[in-house]
Write a protein that binds this ligand. Structure first.
Ligand SMILES: *Cc1c(COP(=O)(O)O)cnc(C)c1O
Length: 404
C-alpha cells in the first residue's frame, strides 16, 4: 500500500528499555521483547499492568480528590495524597503514551492545555518563539494574544519552507503534517538546526499519532499533542499530552501542570487508555480509506485541489515517506466555493459535518467557517473506519452533487 511507510523510521519500537518507565512492565528481557513487537501488539499492551487474578485487564478508574492519609505518618512518598498531582489512572495512561512516543509523558485536560504548557513553561521575557504560520490556528491565536505582552517575540514560518535563520530562537514549534494544509517538514533537519542555535524543539504530533511518527526519535525535545483526535478516536472526549526524554524538561512540564491544574479527569484518562488498544486497527482502515478517497478526489471535476501526503505526486510525499511510519486518514481538498461544499454535505449519507478529526465516523469541516484564513471551498476531510467501498461510493455521489 502506498500509504504506509513501515521502514521509514529506524526505531519502530516501544522504547520501554530506555524510557523512564523502564522495568515497570517486567524488566529488560520483557522490554526488549516488547521493542520487537508490532504496533497492534504494542497498543493493546501499552501501560496495561501485569495480570492479577480477579482484577480487570485495565484497572478501573480511581476517583479521588483527597485520598486517605496515614493518620500518624501523614504524606508518604509513593502514596497518593491529592488528585491534582496524584492519580493512578492517569499514571497508567502516561505510561502507555510514553511507551508509544518513546519518552516520559504528562497528560493534560486537552491539547491546548498541553501546548500552552510547553509555550509558557519554556519561554521567558526576551525569548523568541517560532511557530508554523499554517499550523493549528488556535496555537497561533494563543501566541499572538498572550506572548508579546510577556516580552516574548512571536515569529512564524511556513511548514514547507522556506525557513528563516534560527539564531535567537528559544523554542521552535513544528506541526507536521500541518493542519489543515497537510504540508510536511523534515523534523530531524530542522531540529538539528534549531539545536545548533541553542533552541528547544517541540512537534505537534496530533495528526500522525505516535504510530505515524515519533518526534523524539527524530530529535525533538517535546512531542505534544491533542489526544482528542485519532489517538482516542471516538469523538467523545478531550485530552492532551506532552512527552519528553530530558528529565528536567519533563519535570518542568509536570510542575507546570501541578501548579496550573489542567489535569484530565480519571474517567477521561481511563476511556483514553481503553481506546488506545484499537489505535492500530483504526488507523489502518482510516489510511486505506484516505488512499481511496484521495484517488477519487484527484480525478473528480468538482475538486480544484487535493492534498494527502500518502499520495505519490503530492508535494509532501517524499518527506512523509522519509520520516513517517504511516500517513493519517485526513485529506484536504478544495471545491469551487461555500455553496459547493454545502451541496456536497447535503448529498452525502455517511459524511458528518463536524470539526475535529481522526474519529470512527467520517467527517468534513469547511475551515473558513471557523475564521481560519482558508479558501471558502477548502474542506478538511477525516476518513473514518467505514468500509472503503461504501465510503467511496458515498463521496462520489456527493461530489457529483457538488458540481451543481
Ligand atoms: C485539535 C488540535 C489541537 C488542540 O487540541 P484540543 O484537544 O482541542 O485542545 C492542537 N493541535 C492540533 C494540530 C489539533 O488538531
Amino acid at each position: 500500500m502506498t500509504a504506509e511507510f513501515p521502514d521509514a523510521t529506524a526505531v519502530p519500537a516501544a522504547d520501554a528499555a530506555s524510557g523512564p518507565e523502564a522495568g515497570r512492565v517486567g524488566g529488560s528481557a520483557a522490554s526488549s521483547r516488547a521493542d520487537a513487537r508490532g504496533d497492534g501488539t504494542r497498543v493493546v499492551h501499552a501501560g496495561v499492568p501485569a495480570p492479577v487474578a480477579g482484577e480487570p485487564f485495565l484497572p478501573s478508574p480511581v476517583f479521588g480528590a483527597p485520598y486517605h492519609l496515614d493518620p500518624v505518618a501523614g504524606p508518604q512518598p509513593g502514596v497518593d495524597g491529592y488528585g491534582r498531582t496524584d492519580n493512578r489512572t492517569y499514571r497508567l495512561l502516561e505510561q502507555a503514551i510514553g511507551e508509544l512516543e518513546g519518552g516520559e509523558c504528562v497528560v493534560f485536560a486537552s491539547g491546548m492545555a498541553a501546548i500552552t504548557a510547553v509555550l509558557l513553561a519554556t519561554l521567558r521575557g526576551g525569548d523568541t518563539v517560532l511557530l508554523p504560520g499554517d499550523g493549528y490556528y488556535l496555537t497561533r491565536a494563543f501566541a499572538a494574544e498572550h506572548l508579546p505582552g510577556r516580552g516574548i517575540e512571536v515569529r512564524t514560518m511556513p511548514t514547507a519552507g522556506p525557513y528563516p535563520a534560527f539564531d535567537g530562537v528559544r523554542l521552535l514549534l513544528l506541526e507536521t503534517p500541518s493542519n489543515p494544509g497537510l504540508d510536511v517538514c523534515d523534523v530531524a533537519d530542522l531540529a538539528a538546526r534549531a539545536h545548533a542555535c541553542g533552541g528547544l524543539v517541540a512537534v505537534d504530533n496530533t495528526t500522525p499519532t505516535p504510530l505515524g511518527q515519533r518526534p523524539l526519535d527524530l530529535g525533538a525535545d517535546f512531542s505534544v499533542a491533542s489526544a482528542t483526535k485519532a489517538l482516542t478516536g471516538h469523538s467523545d472526549m478531550l485530552l492532551g499530552y506532552v512527552c519528553a526524554r530530558d528529565p528536567e524538561l519533563i519535570a518542568t512540564i509536570r510542575t507546570w501542570r501541578a501548579r496550573t491544574g489542567g489535569i484530565p479527569g480519571a474517567f477521561e484518562a481511563w476511556l483514553a487508555h481503553r481506546s488506545l488498544g484499537t489505535l492500530d486497527l483504526r488507523l489502518a482502515r482510516q489510511t486505506a480509506n484516505a488512499a481511496a478517497v484521495s484517488e477519487l478526489l484527484a480525478g473528480h471535476p468538482a475538486v480544484a485541489s487535493v492534498r494527502w501526503p500518502g499520495r505519490p505526486g503530492d508535494p509532501a510525499f517524499e518527506a512523509a515517506a522519509r520520516q513517517m511510519r504511516r500517513v493519517p486518514g485526513v485529506v484536504t481538498f478544495t471545491l469551487a466555493d461555500k455553496a459547493a461544499v454545502e451541496r456536497f454535505l447535503a448529498a452525502s449519507d455517511l459524511v458528518f459535518a463536524a470539526t475535529s478529526f481522526g474519529g470512527l465516523h467520517t467527517t468534513a469541516d469547511r475551515r473558513a467557517q471557523w475564521g481560519d484564513d482558508a479558501p471558502e471551498g477548502l474542506v478538511r476531510f477525516s476518513c473514518g473506519v467505514e468500509d472503503t467501498t461504501d465510503l467511496v461510493a458515498d463521496v462520489r455521489r456527493a461530489l457529483d452533487a457538488a458540481l451543481g
